[in-house]
Design a protein around this ligand. Structure first.
Ligand SMILES: [Zn+2]
Length: 172
């Protein structure tokens, strides 16, 4: 991805309606989607994020970036090159779930413990419209599930109140 001429975009914070909306599928894999991806990447890097979803930059589009790497917000994050994920679907979810703290660029300064599926099978389109299938585990699977929630209009605040989160370990 070229990052020339890309811009840091304003980030929507909780309370903004766009974060509660179901994002629209991408139909045309055109220059505007490429440009949005570049600007999302630049914005995510500037904010020390390991992922960012289009609704967080005020575009109600089913697209997000995963880009795990160690940074001041997540010192133990694994290294992976940025992946642009468009029209995502979770095909399978492991019954095994893991509990860990998550932050969100749209919820500044807060960390919330969230149960996520330890392994997921996913499908999505890349920037060229190619269909990609992948199996994700651990921290990367967690990022995908977090960003996938944004596409459905769900933030950590709603997720933390969902029934599957009510396990003994979540007390305290
Ligand atoms: Zn988030």
């Amino acid at each position: 991805m070229s990052m020339s001429n890309s811009a840091v975009l304003p980030i929507a914070t909780v309370g903004e309606k766009i974060l509660a909306q179901h994002a629209q599928a991408v139909i045309e894999f055109d220059h505007s989607i490429q440009l949005l991806a570049e600007n999302m990447l630049t914005t995510m890097i500037a904010a020390n994020g390991v992922g960012i979803a289009a609704p967080q930059v005020f575009s109600s589009v089913a697209m997000f970036i995963m880009a795990s790497r160690p940074n001041p917000r997540y010192p133990d994050a694994p290294n992976m090159s940025p992946v642009v994920v468009i029209n995502p679907h979770i095909i399978e979810r492991s019954t095994l779930m893991e509990l860990a703290e998550e932050g969100c660029l749209s919820i500044p300064g807060q960390r919330i413990k969230i149960w996520r599926h330890a392994q997921i099978k996913v499908q999505y389109h890349d920037l060229n419209g190619n269909l990609i299938s992948n199996t994700l585990v651990g921290f990367i699977a967690r990022i995908f599930q977090h960003e996938f929630d944004h596409i459905q209009g769900i933030t950590l605040l709603e997720r933390s109140k969902m029934p599957e989160q009510q396990r003994p370990d979540t007390v305290n």
